[in-house]
Design a protein around this ligand. Sequence first.
Ligand SMILES: *Cc1c(COP(=O)(O)O)cnc(C)c1O
Length: 363
Amino acid sequence: MTSIPLSKITITDEVRQAVLTAVDSGKYILGEQCAAFEEELAAYVGMKHCVLSSSWTAAVFLLHRAMGLEPGDEVIVPSHTAFPTIEPLIHWGAKPVFVDVDETYCLDPAAVAAAVTPRTVGIIAVHLYGHPADMDALQAIAERHKLWLLEDCAQATGATHRGRKVGSIGTASAFSFYPTKNLTVLGDGGCIMTNDAAVAERVRMLRDHGRKSKYVHEMVGFNLRFNEIQAAAGRVLLRQLDEFNAHRRRVAARYNERLAGLVATPLEKPWAEHAYHMYVIRTPRRDELAAHLAAHGIGTGIHYPIPNHQQPAVTALYPDLPKLPHTEALVGEILSLPIYGDLPLADVDFVCDRIVEFLERSA
Ligand SMILES: *Cc1c(COP(=O)(O)O)cnc(C)c1O
């Protein structure tokens, strides 16, 4: 029987070889591979400083601290995102102020503008599924109110906004290298980027017990470092990223061509180049369609079924959570279809045939 997973990593012999070389190097934490990976990532995205950490969540936890986030601060965030987007700020006592998304599944700038209060310190723009958030509008709001603007690029490595890579536009940005993401390190990993040398240095110190030199601890920090074996793999996978992203775009184009008019297909704004971490359709009969596809060996996912302003961990903390009509409606209809760097177009056609068959049969 056919089996088409939702996502898959492509591992070449070059990746395997790089891992073996790192194994034999005798140095395992924050060595040459990590330093080179940081430089190459910063150059790829177009920010001055990149600091690796053990995950997106860990890196942003350190970044918030380094940028001076305080208890009681408010941070404007989409509710429709991965739960980790909001975890680090909550750990520092700040409050997520949830707003709705627009038709790109990213922050609705009008909703952001309406949510600013005297306590607001920043905005987290999530480039969800790989589509850039409307950075022009968000930057204008951030500038008007003197807020920082953090780009959550976990799903969007390689996406561009008006020809610039996402992650180079805001005050700071953060990337995830979790195995299903467009760029991975064969395990957990993440980084932050910024043009602010002082912030980058504080994150560097915080990830390694608050020190710059071996025996002098200037701050009380953490151990949220990164390792050589995964950095070595990541460096090769970074060189292959554009090729895999280009293939994701071919897959998305084929889905668009075959599914247009049958289900709601993803938008791509004229100013955006989508990285298609996820290819997400909308249909009112989502659960039946997912079951039909599963019966044919096709993996699907829902990203995400429960919006963050309705998660038990959140409702237990905040009494004054908003109603977000667009988010609350879309979570019942979204379905992520298989997409990855070497998904055969014949498999895309197979998925589309099964969707067409489901819609015709039930028409
Ligand atoms: C995966 C993801 C994260 C968390 O990344 P980790 O590296 O797993 O901590 C944060 N935000 C978004 C939008 C994600 O998709």
